[in-house]
Design a protein around this ligand. Sequence first.
Ligand code: OOG
Ligand code: MG
Length: 261
Amino acid sequence: MDKDRVKALADYVHNAEKEKREIRKITAELYPELTIEEAYVVQEELVRQKLEAGYNIVGPKMGITSEAKMKQMNVDNPIYGYVFDNMVVEEGDAISISDYIHPKIEPEIGFILGRDLEGPGVTTLDVLRATEYVFPAIEIIDSRYENFNFTLPDVVADNTSAAGAVFGTYLRKPEELELDVVGVTLSLNGEIQSLGAGAAVLGHPAKSVASLANMLSEKGEKVEAGKPILTGGVTAAVKLTAGDFVNVKYGGLGNVSFFVK
Ligand code: OOG
Ligand code: MG
């Protein structure tokens, strides 16, 4: 793929994000042959544009790491993207629905590493040994594509639908919990909408961080210490509506809530 096309495709999704407007997926007509490798090149250009605009990366995110998400989105492989500083929402704050296109939320388990992890060959145990803290989180996703309809290359090019992150403040050491059997309930206005357990994420959320390290190693990059890492939705994503009060509870790992105006 030549440089002009990379830039044109990154502009295409970036403009939709800036203008909060739905677009047809890239593979619909613009460029049906987009491969995953090319999609990551488009994502890199999108990330470069955001950095150039003055935004900073807060941390990486994994996506499509649970069966529930694979089924809901009709795609079947873990992918990664980046959360930026302008996407962060403080716990207990309100977001405005008009700042998004068609936002959905996902309950996630977050990690912060105490030292960098470099693949290939990083294991779940390596991740747990390198983890400083785990914490509860909610990701706000907002695919720029119509009806959240995309193929895996489309969603990679769109920075894996990243639009918001609410990082909970209940920090725990990984050895204090059995993260795979931590239960999670997601409620809107007091009614449970979805539920699951940490094991929904690739068998153990730490395995998602290992996969991230191993995928990044193909580009000569590593997972850096000190940055919050989202490991992927434990359950299918749930649509937000103005007026919602969102609360996600995690067994032994606190809860996270925010409002939607
Ligand atoms: C893609 C992003 C998926 C997750 O946690 O699985 C994701 C999407 O579903 O729009 O962030
Ligand atoms: Mg997610």
